[in-house]
Write a new protein. Structure first.
Length: 234
């Protein structure tokens, strides 16, 4: 395999948590809720390999228009690197085949208080400028009889973060997915993140961050919210 083939090769299966869905199923899922990422009906007509090939060609054109010399040693591989990064890494959450498979366990220990997974590292990208959003997510739920492996909470956050996003929609997508997977309304999500589109360009405010919340079910209660905040911010 030469370098360019290697760059375009699909990621190794062993590193992907894949639930194979047909693209028809995926289309239905995407169209059924108002908070889904806006996708074209034919969003999955191209394979990921074809998408990478096209993005590499188009990104080379952008660089060329900017006057960059694509024969330069350092720049030559950039179009393929960007394509690979978009499809396999930072926007891999656009592909529902990458959705984490969440195994549920019986809540045999009868734990009926809130479980909080706090300070989950959050890396996303703003859909308006395609620059990073960097911060933390805190998620909480109260078991309705089933519990989820802790790492799956982080994986669900990472999956929805790996899309061009606005923070409000990201917060709701995570919250609603947790409600579905855990079969409970009692879910909370808090995201606190810095938007590079606010800090490195435009208004150039490096101090501000953006907080969004999803408080549903038992988490609509102020006492529960206070309890949650005590766990997170103490
Ligand atoms: N609501 C929301 N807005 C966001 C998010 N990420 C970025 N934005 C904002 O999206 C807006 C885009 O505004 P525009 O006026 O179309 O773009 P712009 O001219 O680049 O705006 P400036 O950033 O003010 O220079 C900006 O105010 C961004 O700060 C997000 O997650 N949620
Ligand atoms: Zn932005």
């Amino acid at each position: 395999m030469n370098t360019s083939e290697a760059l375009l090769a699909p990621p190794q299966k062993a590193f992907r948590l894949i639930k194979e869905l047909t693209h028809e199923e995926i289309g239905e899922n995407h169209l059924s809720t108002g908070i889904e990422t806006p996708l074209k009906p034919d969003a999955f007509a191209l394979s990921n390999t074809e998408k990478k090939e096209m993005i590499a060609e188009l990104f080379a054109q952008i660089m060329d228009v900017m006057g960059l010399d694509l024969n330069d040693d350092s720049l030559r591989g950039t179009p393929k690197r960007v394509a690979k990064m978009y499809i396999d890494e930072i926007f891999a959450g656009l592909d529902p085949a990458n959705k984490p498979v969440t195994a549920l366990f019986d809540n045999s220990y009868q734990y009926n208080q809130m479980l909080v997974e706090k300070d989950i590292t959050l890396h996303s990208h703003c859909e308006h400028h395609f620059v990073p959003i960097i911060g933390n997510a805190h998620v909480a739920y109260i078991s309705s009889g089933k519990v989820i492996g802790l790492s799956k909470l982080n994986r669900i956050v990472q999956y929805y973060a790996a899309r061009p996003q606005v923070q409000e929609r990201l917060t709701q997508q995570i919250g609603m997915e947790l409600q579905k997977v855990l079969n409970t309304k009692d879910v909370a999500v808090i995201i606190d993140a810095k938007h590079m589109c606010v800090s490195i360009r435009g208004v150039k405010d490096t101090a501000s961050s953006t907080v969004t919340t999803f408080y549903e079910g038992a988490f609509k209660d102020q006492e529960k919210i206070n309890q949650l905040h005590n766990h997170i911010y103490r």
